[in-house]
Design a binder for this molecule. Sequence first.
Ligand code: NDP
Length: 241
Amino acid sequence: MSEAVSTGRSVLITGGNRGIGLAIAESFLANGDKVAVTYRSESELPEGILGVRADVTDEASIDAAFKTVEEAHGPVEVLVANAGITKDTLLLRMSEDDFTSVLDTNLTGAFRVIKRASKGMIRLRKGRVVLISSVSGLYGAPGQINYSASKAGMVGIARSLTRELGSRGITANVVAPGFINTDMTAELPQDVQKTYLSSVPAGRFAEASEVANVVRWVASDEAAYISGAVIPVDGGLGMGH
Ligand code: NDP
């Protein structure tokens, strides 16, 4: 088997200043890629990672961020749409704004950055798009109608993108994490965390690096023939969907 040669590429991760996004950035950096991340607030990034300010709900700020990355690292060859939020509450309490704001960040935000990145990828005739979804997207979760809808929608994006651009050397895949130790899960009440833990066959939550490893691999040359796939990183939680 040939050795992986995917290194030195221009990689951009949205929401890469903390949590899973930062772990993904560090993984690509260790792989020898040129890594940029978007952040909204001030952030201290590890040396070697280029930080660009962008809000994925704002097309102009995305465009400005891409321009900075393209000048520094060249056209984005690997895009990881990772930025995401939750606004959990039960359906009857969920306002339309709770729903649309989560969709706007998680799903429309992914659309905006993918659209911007696709221009360069089409010209390069190669590219890797990885969307960070969630086990909730296909498995469902009470209190997460907004979040689940946004994460399920990513599957449609990846599959349609695969059909549109698959012949141009571009792949689009979904990585669907289960429970990962980050700020997002730390916010859950202790009793909820305990209930979730009891439902995970692996018997533990994962570290962000375990998601990052899968993202890095699916963006490598070795995974050139994988597209439109949903890859769970969930300790068996969502099996069967
Ligand atoms: P965190 O809450 O730790 O980080 C979220 C990241 O998204 C931050 O960098 C944040 O930036 C960024 N972000 C949020 N809104 C915007 C926006 N409008 N524009 C730009 N950036 C934004 O989350 P995690 O690391 O836990 O999650 C990362 C991804 O993984 C998310 O998409 C999440 O849904 C998904 N996921 C997480 C799981 C988990 O168990 N943690 C499980 C399954 C999926 P800022 O710091 O500026 O707020």
